[in-house]
Design a protein around this ligand. Structure first.
Ligand SMILES: Nc1ncnc2c1ncn2[C@@H]1O[C@H](COP(=O)(O)OP(=O)(O)OP(=O)(O)O)[C@@H](O)[C@H]1O
Length: 530
């Protein structure tokens, strides 16, 4: 801030014939050097701050999201969540602190420099500072327009991204209906809408910038005209005029930062609006209780359980369902497609909570159990195992960080997968499939298949609940629960139900157990759920 003041003094000294003194040159140099040093420190400190902020916001958002309920993920396109991590978090972390810093700095500079100008030449200062209210008015109109357009732009970008994601995810359906051209047309339309909005934003920006420049120029001309009179009348010296003009440039810059920066700051903070909404969102339902009994019998009871998916409230999926899964037994859940078997399993896994009724484990409602304890005790072996990137070891110990190496090997051996894995030591530790080895997916499928079959056969698990369409698996169970359209139709041993010739027998009548495999599954690979 002292730079223009020192420069003006040096000029006046030259003008009055005193010449340039070493002291005056030293002051100019010191003012410049100090300014350079401080801007360097400010820049690097802010880069460091932004990097840290980005890391911690990303981490907070991710750990908040993984605890949300499934309805949230069902109702939120994955592309929108990805966009938060890849675009919005970096944008907010880059622009918000930098913007706040710039605003504070410019506010301070504008106040101090404005004060200097008023002290140097009050009449000229009032004229020069006219730029502030005019600039604010111009900016305010622009901001309102820009914010509305940017909101539409964000929505349009999210629509384009989720359109691409949906098309990629449903490529088989698109191919089946030969709807490639419709998808292309839809994407073209989405892109065209984005482009139109972008053009409108840029045109408006150009117009309002032009208006601001014209205001600035007009004020500069008036200041020069007035300062000429003041110089002529001897109210100011040429040095004071130079100092004043240099300050006017600076104050103009800072006022611009205040006007434009504030708007920019608000826009960038608004880009983070979704992030704050996600961070504020509390998962619906009860997250978990505190019970961790040392012993479990494994007796499961569904007591008058009803359930409806929030996405389809008109269609109750489970209606007053009551059945037991007894400890030490293999109970099979049977029923035609869509009868609610997977939903019942989802309730037992607490992926969802019943609308009414209760699911009890050893007579205690599931929500009373501690979250991690429950998921260590109630284990789901899925038909299509999900593979995470990483090694086989990491995939097996998912959720069991403190699992010992010996336990890990025991589990793989019990599942009958150790021979395969031993032939592929690289995969076990590195996740890379080498040479002619089987791909990772195949190994884990065999691993899970083997584990599930063994549990059914040997009763390795205390209680087994099987969901299957395979007659061999159903007939091998101790007890059956037959669901139809979300209601329990029959329960009993396979022999009793075969004899009764009711809902269970209907399952095996010609064609009734043939599944339509939209996802390319194989009925013979239907695996038990445990
Ligand atoms: N996330 C969901 N949102 C809305 N409805 C759903 C959802 N998941 C399943 N449904 C519906 O709930 C009903 C029961 O589905 P569920 O998957 O539990 O049946 P299922 O007996 O396991 O069928 P399948 O033998 O084909 O696996 C079906 O009508 C299905 O369309």
């Amino acid at each position: 801030m002292s730079g223009p003041y020192v420069t003006g003094n040096v000029l006046d000294a030259i003008g009055s014939g005193d010449g340039v003194t070493a002291g005056a040159v030293g002051m100019v140099a010191a003012a410049g050097a100090t300014s350079v040093l401080f801007s360097g420190c400010r820049g690097s400190l802010f880069m460091l701050l932004m990097a840290r902020l980005r890391q911690s916001l990303s981490l907070r958002l991710f750990s908040h999201l993984v605890h949300q309920d499934l309805d949230f993920f069902q109702g939120t396109p994955a592309a929108e969540l990805l966009a938060q991590f890849s675009m919005q978090v970096p944008r907010v972390c880059r622009s918000v602190p930098a913007g706040a810093n710039q605003l504070l700095r410019s506010l301070l500079m504008a106040l101090v420099v404005g004060g200097f100008m008023v002290r140097l030449a009050p009449g000229l200062a009032l004229l020069a500072l006219l730029e502030v209210p005019l600039g604010i008015a111009n900016r305010r109109i622009q901001t309102t327009r820009k914010q509305a357009l940017q909101r539409s732009m964000l929505e349009a970008s999210a629509r384009t991204a989720s359109g691409v994601q949906e098309s990629v995810a449903a490529i088989e359906t698109i191919r089946t209906f030969s709807a490639e051209e419709e998808e292309e047309e839809q994407h073209r339309w989405n892109l065209a809408k984005e482009l139109r909005l972008k053009e409108q934003i840029e045109l408006e920006l150009a117009f309002f910038t032009l208006v601001h420049r014209v205001i600035k120029l007009a004020i500069r001309v008036m200041v020069l005209f007035r300062s000429h009179q003041q110089l002529r009348d001897g109210h100011i010296t040429p040095g004071v005029l130079v100092t004043f003009l240099l300050y006017q440039d600076r104050v103009g810059g800072h006022v611009q930062v205040l006007l434009y920066g504030f708007n920019e700051f608000l826009t960038n903070a608004a880009a983070g609006q979704k992030i704050w909404e996600y961070l504020d969102r509390k998962p619906s339902g009860n997250v978990g209780g505190t019970r961790e009994p040392p012993e479990l019998q494994g007796h499961v009871t569904f007591q008058k359980v009803s359930f409806t998916y929030p996405g389809n409230p008109e269609h109750p999926v489970l209606k007053d369902v009551t059945f037991e899964v007894r400890s030490g037994e293999v109970t099979a859940l049977a029923g035609p497609n869509g009868s609610g078997k997977s939903t019942a399993v989802a309730l037992l896994e607490r992926l969802r909570d019943p609308g009414s009724g209760t699911v009890l484990l050893d007579g205690i409602p599931l929500p009373e159990y501690e979250h991690q304890y429950l998921h260590r005790k109630v284990v789901l072996v899925e038909q299509d195992p999900v593979l995470f990137s990483g090694t086989i070891r990491e995939n097996i110990i998912l959720g069991l960080e403190h699992c010992k190496e010996s336990e890990l090997q025991e589990a793989a051996t019990a599942a009958g997968a150790m021979d395969l894995i031993q032939g592929l030591e690289q995969v076990w530790d590195t996740g890379e499939s080498q040479g002619d080895g089987a791909p990772l997916g195949q190994i884990l499928l065999i691993l899970y298949d083997g584990a599930a079959q063994r549990w059914v056969r040997t009763g390795l698990a205390q209680t087994v609940l099987v969901v299957s369409h395979r007659p061999r698996v159903l007939d091998g169970a101790d007890r059956l629960v037959v669901l139809e359209r979300g209601a329990v139709m029959e329960t009993g041993t396979p022999a009793e139900l075969r004899e009764r010739r009711g809902a269970y027998s209907r399952l095996f009548q010609h064609g009734s157990h043939t599944r339509i495999h939209l996802h390319g599954g194989d009925p013979e690979l239907d695996l038990p759920l445990c």
